[in-house]
Ligand binder design. Structure first.
Ligand code: FUC
Length: 754
């Protein structure tokens, strides 16, 4: 694979580059360039931002379970409590006015480096986060003996007893202790009684390490190794959600101090090279699985310059490839088995009161996080969400009982399914909204379990389908079946319905049977029926949804030729904001498969809707539209969105900006690029369905398709010259070729060429 490298000759500035806070100047949070310039590393358990500073380096650590509840407050407008950062380590070198400064993030190795010269010594820092070792490792070297000296200290923010106002219980206590071989950081986040512990081990070759209060002074070393591991006492169990007393949620669980110490000690024993090679083996086993090549040449300019060059010129194929791979890198770094799912900011957070609480938002954001897991060959990274679902589903069932009892009492029974509402965290989940005030309809649950259908489709893992996928699809279908109202013409409509966050006359718009809910209910029922068939299940509920599926009427075309967002809309924009960032009435186009090229009229109407909505929007919305245009098989328009994302939505560190930084935009970008190159939602594989002129010649390797296939392709002048498909699960293959759709029985592990 080519080298994919983010590189800079500027350090992360200390000025406030924080777009979120710029809009909310009242926030009194220390200033830095975290959001635009720092470089992210992660091993799924923890995220690290490397600032790359030479006078005072900052290494900012996040652990996704260290959280307050979501709570908005005037003092932190826009911030919503929620996730808090774990701690920062500061390395005081006092190296000012350095020469030949450069820093980089190498995506092929998941390795971050900072290099410079100071007073005749060449310094190098290398950082990586190992998943198998569960450690973050830093090596600092000087090319002259005894040239490395610095002070190492830790800082825990919010070391006070409240966040918003005295007595709110949203504070944190912390103790930082220095010993000769390292620094420990421990304490408690009070609201949920989260105990946390982190250990930084320090080894200095040649030099000395001495304590100075709660800091360490490292003097005259030639090489210094820092190894950090951390954890909280969070356990992803049902009772963490169902226990109502916040203090009791984690009460039975101890913080795994021994495990953390062992992680750190093991890595020290093994040494940098061994820990790095284990890390690289693990990381490459995922990262190297998929490649795209549009002929981009590695550009030897810094990433900030590359971004501005992209804006000024005809673009850069290298940058397009780089940002595609960056999304994959970020997913591997923030979502690994054993860790928590990637939240709104992945696993990187500098706040005490984070934007939208760094929650799991189920009306688009968390779904988008996992779209590239499927088509870019990273289905392993979806594991944390499956585990998360299994821990919240009991609460989701309680919430479903309550919702049906309250709003549909006649439908109440001993199985009311599960309710997955928009807002969710690691300790709690919102209830479905009140029909008069909520901003998103009950379709959010169906939108969520579409991920399970996709996971099954891409892996063909029948055990998963039996144990988790089918029960989840069915439970959401059950809930939704109880929320429908039969109309005179026999149509079944979601009685309380809202197209996510769409406003009319500045208020959330509430209605019956909007396209989002109808499409999502249709999709969920159809996927439930399909899963039941695969598993050989048939009962009265399956019979019922089979019989009534046609009554859902998920797609209506309006007088402007648009897909209607609301049944009562005639012309586009009659109801709701014309350019609203959400475009929820096209969920049937993507991620669903209700609007497909089988019905040209539907595809045309989807294009009208997309054109009327306009391209200009926030980060994740741009990525969403990229996927939608790809599904209409319009390469030119899809590429407009690629350009829009790269010219308007990227921070210098290539984080996607809503603003603020939200990782969904990065993930949606990678998924969208893959969707332009390969599709499989129509019952067959289609190579290059939405290829733009800019990518006339190229290749890809290891993109994945439904049915459990890994696909490689090469093309010239827009035409595929070589296609090879590896069968990963021995399923029947259907592929569109120039001679039409070909069907083939396959054997697991075999490769078929076209
Ligand atoms: C949805 C979006 C917002 C934001 C938030 C985190 O509610 O409508 O734009 O991205 O999620």
């Amino acid at each position: 694979m080519k080298n994919y490298i983010l590189s800079y000759t500027k350090q992360t500035p200390l000025r406030n580059d924080d777009l979120f806070l710029r809009d909310h100047r009242k926030c009194n949070i220390p200033e830095d360039g975290w959001e635009r310039w720092s470089l992210p590393l992660g091993n799924g358990y923890m995220g690290i931002n490397v600032f790359g500073r030479t006078d005072r380096e900052r290494l900012l650590i996040t652990e996704n379970s260290l959280s307050n509840p979501c709570a908005y407050h005037d003092k932190f407008p826009g911030g919503a409590a929620g996730l808090s950062n774990f701690c920062s380590f500061y390395l005081d070198f006092s190296h000012k006015r350095v020469k030949n400064y450069r820093r980089a993030l190498n995506l092929n190795k998941a390795l971050c480096t900072t290099e410079y010269e100071y007073k005749g010594v060449s310094y190098k820092r290398e950082h990586f986060a190992s998943y198998p070792g569960n450690v973050f490792v830093t090596r600092i070297t000087g090319n002259k003996k005894n040239s490395v000296s610095f002070k190492l200290s830790a800082e825990v923010s919010l070391n006070r007893s409240y966040l918003f106002e005295e007595g709110d219980g949203m504070g944190k206590t912390a103790e930082i202790k220095a010993e000769n071989n390292g620094i420990t950081v421990s304490g408690e986040m009070l609201y949920y009684g989260i105990k946390f512990y982190g250990k930084m081990n320090v080894t200095a070759k040649d030099g000395t390490v001495n304590t100075d209060g709660d800091s360490l002074i490292i003097s005259n070393a030639t090489e210094v190794l820092l190894v950090f591991s951390c954890a909280t006492n969070y356990v992803p169990e049902e009772r963490v959600f169902t226990e109502k007393d916040p203090k009791k949620k984690l009460a039975p669980y101890p913080v795994p101090v021994d495990r953390v110490n062992e992680n750190a000690e093991n890595a020290v024993k093994l040494g940098f090279d061994k820990v790095f090679s284990e890390h690289l083996e693990d990381y490459s086993s995922l990262f190297d699985k998929a490649q795209i090549d549009f002929g981009g040449e590695e550009e030897h300019i810094t990433t900030d310059k590359l971004l501005s060059k992209y804006r000024r010129t005809k673009g850069s194929r290298y940058l397009e490839e780089l940002v595609f791979q960056y999304g994959r890198y970020l997913l591997i770094s923030s979502s690994r088995k054993g860790g928590r799912p990637a939240n709104l900011q992945g696993i990187w957070n500098r706040y005490d009161s984070s934007p939208w609480s760094a929650g799991y938002w189920h009306n688009i954001n968390v779904q988008m996080n996992y779209w590239p897991a499927f088509n870019t060959n990273l289905h392993e990274c979806f594991g944390p969400y499956i585990e998360y679902y299994n821990s919240y589903k009991a609460l989701a069932a309680e919430n479903a009982d309550e919702y049906i009892k309250k709003y549909f009492p006649g439908e109440y029974s001993d199985d009311n399914g599960i309710a997955i509402a928009t807002g969710a965290w690691l300790y709690d989940m919102e209830k479905l909204p009140d029909p008069k005030t909520g901003h998103s309809g009950a379709g959010t649950g169906a939108f969520t379990v579409k991920l399970f259908d996709d996971y099954y489709e891409f892996t063909r893992d029948e055990d998963f389908l039996r144990e988790t996928g089918y029960p989840a699809l069915r439970k959401v279908s059950v809930l939704l079946s109880k929320t429908l109202e039969r109309q005179e013409d026999g149509t079944l409509l979601a009685k309380y319905s809202a197209s996510p966050e769409q406003c009319h006359n500045d208020e959330y718009y509430h209605t019956k049977g909007c396209a989002f809910d109808q499409q999502m209910i249709y999709q969920c029922w159809a996927d439930t029926i399909k899963a039941a068939e695969i598993l050989g299940i048939n009962d009265s509920f399956i019979e019922y949804i089979k019989k009534n599926l046609h009554r859902l009427s998920p797609v209506l075309i309006g007088k402007s030729g648009q897909i209607k967002e609301f049944r009562e809309e005639n012309y586009y924009g009659d109801i709701g904001e014309k350019h609203h960032r959400h475009i929820s009435h096209l969920v049937g186009l993507y991620p669903g498969n209700i609007i497909t090229s089988e019905n040209e009229e539907h595809i045309k109407a989807a294009q009208v809707t997309l054109n009327r909505r306009g391209d200009k929007s926030t980060g994740w919305s741009t990525a969403h539209k990229l996927n939608l245009w790809a599904r209409t098989k319009n390469g030119k328009r899809a590429f407009d969105l690629v350009k829009m994302a790269l010219t308007k939505c990227m921070a210098t560190n290539l984080w996607d900006l809503h603003p603020p930084y939200q990782i969904d935009g990065n993930f949606g970008f990678s998924a969208g690029v893959a969707e332009m190159l390969l599709q499989s939602h129509e019952g067959f594989i289609e190579v290059l369905p939405a290829l733009p002129d800019e990518w006339k010649t190229g290749s890809f390797r290891g993109l994945t398709a439904r049915g459990g296939f890994s696909v490689d392709a090469e093309w010239e002048d827009g035409r595929a010259t070589n296609i090879s498909v590896k069968s990963l699960s021995g399923e029947k293959l259907r592929i569109k070729t120039k001679n039409g759709i070909i069907e083939k029985d396959t054997e697991k592990g075999k490769i078929y060429t076209f």
